[in-house]
Design a protein around this ligand. Structure first.
Ligand SMILES: Cc1cc2nc3c(=O)[nH]c(=O)nc-3n(C[C@H](O)[C@H](O)[C@H](O)COP(=O)(O)O)c2cc1C
Length: 234
């Protein structure tokens, strides 16, 4: 299937996240990659050093303009975000010749939203969210598997195997969201859209806007102005 657009929309859109969301939807539809919603999230570690890993984008919410992903709040990234609530994100779809870069302020998703999403997850992953102290050392694979077995026993569910293995309806419905697991909303204050061009003459534009951090702890940032756009040399 041909890639429909080889240049950024013209004129450039007033705001960039709808285009980013369209690209994500296109990548999902084409299914060229096993995880078209994979994205690199770079946080700021101790001493100001960068640290990056891949997570899955749950969704791009165009208004008010954030990206959502789920993880363990006690993980390395969770601790780094807690100390310095800004990240840089990169999404790349090789088959679409497109890249999206997003920078922004991070807040936790509301607990009710994380609860609702946790309930939609396969029961095996709900067990995993309790069993794994993400980013902490573990002595052996056997210790990790023991933790999974103990967690399954604690909640009275089978020991997780392949996710498509049959289990009675309602299995794991009693497993609540762990307090240390949930979503983050990355409120974008900078977005760059990039499309590969011939002879490396790529098409690039960057949008910025101003966010004021929420007044109460954990509150969403306040958008202070409209997006401003600049076309960039490749
Ligand atoms: C394709 C892919 C998708 C992933 N999705 C997630 C995710 O959505 N959430 C998550 O916490 N980790 C995810 N991971 C694992 C992370 O890359 C990382 O190993 C983990 O979050 C621990 O990172 P940290 O120690 O920096 O906190 C994913 C890894 C890959 C390769």
């Amino acid at each position: 299937m041909p890639v429909p657009v080889q240049f950024l929309p013209s004129p450039l859109p007033r705001e960039p996240l709808a285009t980013a969301a369209e690209w994500l939807a296109l990548a999902r539809h084409r299914a060229d990659q096993p995880n078209p919603n994979a994205m690199v999230v770079a946080s700021v570690g101790s001493g100001g050093l960068p640290s990056a890993r891949v997570v899955l984008c749950k969704e791009i919410v165009v208004d008010p303009g954030y990206v959502c992903f789920y993880t363990n709040y006690d993980s390395r990234k969770g601790q780094e975000i807690g100390a310095h609530p800004r990240v840089a994100i990169v999404m790349h779809w090789d088959h679409l010749y497109r890249q999206v870069r997003i920078e922004g302020q991070v807040v936790r998703a509301p607990a009710a939203e994380s609860d609702a999403y946790f309930r939609t997850r396969p029961w095996q992953r709900r067990v995993g969210a309790w069993a794994s102290a993400q980013s902490q050392p573990v002595d052996s694979r056997a210790d990790l598997e023991r933790a999974v077995v103990e967690t399954a026993q604690r909640f009275g569910v089978p020991v997780p195997g392949p996710e498509d293995a049959a289990a009675p309806a309602g299995t794991g419905d009693n497993i609540p969201r762990p307090p240390h697991w949930g979503g983050y909303h990355v409120y974008a204050d900078a977005v760059e859209l990039w499309i590969e061009g011939e002879s490396r003459i790529h098409d690039r534009a960057r949008w910025v806007r101003t966010l004021r951090p929420g007044t109460e702890a954990g509150a969403a940032p306040v958008v202070l102005d409209d997006w401003r756009c600049t076309r960039l040399q490749p």
